[in-house]
Design a protein around this ligand. Structure first.
Ligand code: AMP
Ligand code: MG
Length: 508
């Protein structure tokens, strides 16, 4: 009798029907440590990402069943899964740490979706592992909600990112600055390999496994490079390109990651490891979202430079794969790394041009963009400004549009009128109607971003009342950040004053 019940439960969850193909766990021992999730007291499904679940053939109905949560969180077995904690190293705030690794997460296994795409199922907050270095291996509900929402917000914005299948809440207390409820997040990506995964083997002098890691990628996500004449060089070149584009997209949308250590940099160029991140409210080039980052190493304007630093760490770690002659290898990798700035600049400029609604390239466009950012600095809400800019007509019926205004310290203390005059002049040289420009701008300037106060509101409802409806509402809102969604318009308003007092740290 009980076996009939059990098999009914299994059919219902769908997890057993997943096609597990644990490629990573077939690598040799130093790549990981086998581990199992440690269940959380009172674990329950708080939110399920129906859209992502559908990719794997998982339904919300199944996900909210006890058996689903039990199988994911280690209460009962998930037979085909082969959970491991991945090993990696990394440069943290510029200093090399030889062993980090999944201290509070597990790669449960890898599964094929309906399109035959292989996904890592990665469980964050699953308890301590070999790599926990004395910490509890847990994640708090607060930061799990933030990651759950932000990774899907980034996806909605078209920015490469890990994704999140579901959020599991619990009654278990986790101690940070205070006691907080623990949670788990099931995140998904084609791979969770980091720059620091290469650094792990390089700094141990384990070049066989370094090569194995490279081969693992060439036979997976970078298969298209496998048969090229210098595949590892090409692989690094592609990581440079993907990273340059990713960071340009972050800068374009006003996203501040907060902890761009090389262990948090994805080899696939995904946004990875959401910690004290923030979207800018008011534009502030020097914004530091992580209040533990006392030097401002990862301030908003430093992000492009910090990604270059991380890529240099990766280049060093890959040298033994490039050429037996170290000097020759260095020269080759330098050439690849040198592509970073041109690629970053090209993407960033094209993003800037489309944010301004410009189709053609003109010589002064970059200056126009930079002047605007100078004017906006610490003055103007970044997202709201660009969304509103689409509605600005290219000419005015008043004399304002035709006469060059003089800078007036009293009526235009910041110089915005002057900038707007130049901008309109520039728009008039474009062969596009205002209507067409407005439509195009609304596709690149989001109406909705995940502001800190929005995440905070969802967190408070979840922590205080076990109410996850705001999490679900935001998830659905942020999936379509460029759509008007009139009934949600209040989320596009200026943030409330209390939002300024929110502080974020690494402790999550
Ligand atoms: P992060 O700052 O989240 O990128 O984490 C840096 C390193 O610390 C990684 O190796 C994490 O797995 C580990 N870590 C962070 N928080 C915890 C925790 N609560 N328990 C165990 N390890 C942790
Ligand atoms: Mg990390």
């Amino acid at each position: 009798m009980s076996s009939i019940l059990e098999s009914e439960q299994k059919c219902a969850t769908g997890l057993d029907a997943l096609l597990f193909e644990n490629r990573y766990a077939r690598l040799p021992a130093p790549f990981f440590r086998a581990a199992v999730p440690h269940p959380l007291v009172g674990a329950h499904m708080a939110s399920f990402n129906v859209e992502l679940g559908a990719l794997l053939g998982l339904t919300a109905e199944a996900a909210f069943q006890r058996a689903f949560v039990d199988q994911l969180t280690g209460v009962s077995e998930l037979p085909a899964a082969q959970p491991v904690a991945m090993a990696y190293a990394g440069h943290q705030f510029g200093h090399f740490v030889p062993q980090l690794g999944d201290g509070r997460a597990l790669l449960l296994g890898q599964v094929r979706d309906k399109q035959q795409q292989l996904w890592d199922l990665h469980l964050k907050g699953s308890g301590s592992t070999h790599f926990s270095r004395g910490s509890d291996g847990r994640a708090v509900l607060r930061s799990s909600i933030r990651e759950y929402l932000c990774s899907e917000a980034m996806f909605g914005l078209g920015i490469p990112t890990t994704r999140a299948l579901c959020l599991i809440a619990s009654r278990e207390q986790v101690y940070r600055e205070r006691a907080e409820p623990g949670a788990m997040l099931l995140r998904m990506a084609q791979s969770h390999i980091r720059f620091g995964s290469f650094e792990f083997f390089y700094h141990r002098g384990d070049y066989d496994n370094l090569r194995r890691l490279g081969r693992y990628l060439l036979e997976g996500e970078f298969l298209h490079l496998r048969d090229t004449p210098a595949p590892y060089l090409a692989l690094f070149g592609e990581v440079v390109t993907r990273t340059a584009k990713l960071i340009a997209q972050w800068q374009g949308v006003g996203f501040c990651h907060g902890v761009m250590n090389s262990d948090n940099m994805s080899i696939l160029g995904l946004t990875l490891d959401y910690g004290p991140f923030a979207f800018l409210d008011v534009y502030e080039k020097g914004h530091i979202c992580n209040h533990s980052d006392h030097q401002g190493r990862y301030a908003f304007q430093n992000q492009p430079e910090m990604a270059h630093f991380d890529l240099a760490c990766l280049a060093t770690a890959m040298l033994p794969l490039i050429d037996d002659d170290n000097e020759a290898a260095v020269t080759l990798m330098r050439e690849q790394l040198a592509q970073y700035w041109p690629q970053f600049n090209a993407t960033y400029r094209s993003i800037a041009r489309s944010k301004l609604g410009l189709m053609e390239c003109e010589k002064g466009d970059l200056e126009l963009w930079q002047q605007l950012l100078e004017l906006m600095d610490e003055q103007v809400d970044y997202t709201r400004f660009f969304r509103a800019l689409g509605a600005v007509p290219s000419s005015t019926s008043s004399t304002q549009g035709t006469h060059h205004p003089q800078r007036n310290e009293f009526s235009d203390p910041l110089g915005f009128d002057l900038w707007m005059y130049e901008y309109r002049q520039r728009l008039q040289r474009e062969g596009r109607s205002d209507e067409a420009r407005r439509t195009a701008m609304a596709l690149v300037n989001p109406k909705y971003i995940l502001r800190n106060y929005m995440a905070e509101t969802a967190i408070r409802a979840a922590e205080e009342c076990g109410d996850y409806s705001e999490v679900d509402r935001l998830l659905s809102l942020l999936r379509n950040p460029f759509c008007e969604q009139p009934e949600m318009a209040h989320y596009a308003a200026s943030p409330p004053l209390w939002a300024k007092a929110l502080q974020l740290s690494c402790s999550s």
